[in-house]
Structure formats: structure tokens, C-alpha cells
Design a protein around this ligand. Structure first.
Ligand SMILES: CC(C)(COP(=O)(O)OP(=O)(O)OC[C@H]1O[C@@H](n2cnc3c(N)ncnc32)[C@H](O)[C@@H]1OP(=O)(O)O)[C@@H](O)C(=O)NCCC(=O)NCCS
Length: 228
């Protein structure tokens, strides 16, 4: 079902959601910078964000969705199968290095310093899985979700998560996983409302891990969000 524009999927009774395309990158990066100001990825600058989010949009293993409100991009969600982090880090390494060369003071920024050991481990070699995901299950990571501040509180994150779930299930995954800063109560409430549960296992000191089992669909084939 479309709303008249090619490639936009209209969820019955809800906003338009479709697979993100590179032409959405500028809007997604702007929403990302607003929602994740002070996070490592934002500190590294727009070129770095273009590279990393561009990877989620174009990589065949990943999924990126964009939601529209009043015909404007209002939010995004993206993710990839667990195990993606090593490949992504190798892909973005040259851009990250260039970003740091341009902003050497960031090497002393606590957010950047904190991430260096994990990044070094990822670059050193493949891991059994990211974030210690249980082996043998097809687990898809929700890596980033954000809604522009002007459109928050309208249920768009909830719609994005439902659409993301559908897409992961359609791609053959059985479980979703994400990590969230422990002090990000708005996001935690949104995940709880969408049916995610916290893993009992300890994650890193300032992060919680949430998971969601994807019950197989019975009968229908499920929605698909067109790549345009
Ligand atoms: C977290 C975020 C994506 C929520 O987007 P949203 O579209 O406003 O969320 P929704 O309207 O779908 O709300 C779903 C639920 O989330 C919770 N929630 C949303 N905003 C909240 C807030 N400011 N405070 C507390 N709970 C909040 C509520 O439980 C809400 O359900 P309710 O409206 O029935 O109470 C948005 O605040 C955002 O982009 N934040 C910055 C980026 C970020 O932190 N992303 C997550 C990183 S892991």
C-alpha cells in the first residue's frame, strides 16, 4: 500500500515508514545529531555519521527504516545482525582516524577514551558474537533509534520499533537485542512499552541490554518495507 509517493509504505492507521535510502541520509544524520549530542558518534562529526549510517542504509545485511510525519522525515531506526560490529568498525576506521586527526583533542574526551579498548578488540579479530549474544540464535541488533524532538511523544518510536521487528522477522531473525544507557529513561520506557525485557546478565557499567523474542508469524507473509 502506498501514499502516492513511490516507495513509501503506509502502515494502516499510522505514519508512513519505508526502508531508508541514501537521499534520507542528511535528514537522518540531523535527527541523530540532535538526539545523540555528546555521544561518541556525534563527536566524531558529520562525515563520520554519514559513513556509519550510510553503512546501515546500504549494507545488504543491515536494515534502516525512516518514518515520516507531515511528509517530513521524523525519525529512524537501524540495525544489523549481531557480529556486525567488527565489519562495521573496519569499514569506518579510515573515516574515524581522519576525524580524530582533525579533532585531536577528542583523544582526551572521556566518551572517546572509554570506547577505545572495545574498538581495538573488535578491530583485532572476529568475535563469537557482539555483546555476548547467545550462540546459535539468529539475533538482530537494534543499533540506533531516534525521533526528531519536534515529533516526540506521538508514538513514532513505537511505530518504528514495530516496523523494525517486522523487518527483522521477515529477514529470518528470531530475536532482537539492543543496549541503552542506564540513564536514558525515555528510551527504556519506550522499549518496555514495546515489549522488550532486560537481560539479567550484567552488561557494561553504564549500559543495559534489552532483548525481544520474535514469535514466528503464522499465516501471512508479513509486511515488507521496500528499498527505494
Ligand atoms: C527515545 C525516543 C526515540 C522516543 O521517541 P518517541 O517517538 O517520543 O516515543 P513514543 O512517542 O513512541 O513513546 C513511546 C513510549 O516511550 C516512553 N517515553 C517517550 N518519551 C518519554 C520521555 N520523555 N520520558 C519518559 N518516557 C518517555 C513512554 O513510555 C511512551 O509511551 P506513552 O506515550 O504511552 O507514555 C526519543 O525520545 C529520542 O529520539 N531520544 C533521543 C535518542 C535516543 O535516546 N534514542 C535511544 C537510544 S538507545
Amino acid at each position: 500500500m502506498t501514499d502516492g509517493r513511490p516507495g513509501i509504505t503506509e502502515i494502516p492507521g499510522g505514519p508512513a515508514i519505508r526502508r531508508a535510502a541514501l537521499r534520507d541520509l542528511e535528514a537522518i544524520v540531523a535527527i541523530h545529531r540532535e538526539g545523540f549530542a555528546g555521544y561518541r558518534s556525534s563527536l566524531l562529526g558529520v562525515t563520520f555519521l554519514n559513513t556509519i549510517i550510510g553503512w546501515f542504509i546500504t549494507s545488504p545485511e543491515a536494515a534502516a527504516l525512516v518514518v515520516f510525519h507531515d511528509d517530513r522525515p521524523a525519525g529512524f531506526v537501524y540495525g544489523a545482525p549481531t557480529g556486525y560490529a567488527g565489519r562495521l568498525n573496519r569499514f569506518v576506521l579510515p573515516t574515524a582516524a581522519l576525524s580524530l586527526l582533525r579533532r585531536p583533542w577528542l583523544l582526551f574526551h572521556p566518551e572517546i577514551l572509554k570506547g577505545i579498548p572495545a574498538k581495538a578488540r573488535l578491530l583485532a579479530g572476529p568475535r563469537r558474537s557482539d555483546h555476548g549474544a547467545a550462540p546459535g540464535r539468529a539475533v538482530f541488533s537494534l543499533v540506533g533509534i531516534g525521533v526528531a524532538s519536534a515529533f516526540r511523544g506521538l508514538g513514532l518510536a513505537g511505530r518504528l520499533m514495530t516496523a523494525f521487528e517486522e523487518e527483522a522477522r521477515r529477514m529470518g531473525f528470531e530475536k532482537l537485542r539492543l543496549s541503552v544507557k542506564r540513564n536514558n529513561q525515555a528510551a527504556i520506557n519506550a522499549y518496555l512499552k514495546a515489549g522488550w525485557v532486560r537481560e539479567e546478565r550484567e552488561s557494561s557499567s553504564d549500559l543495559w541490554v534489552y532483548v525481544r523474542d520474535l514469535a514466528p508469524r503464522t499465516g501471512e507473509a508479513g509486511m515488507s518495507f521496500p528499498q527505494v
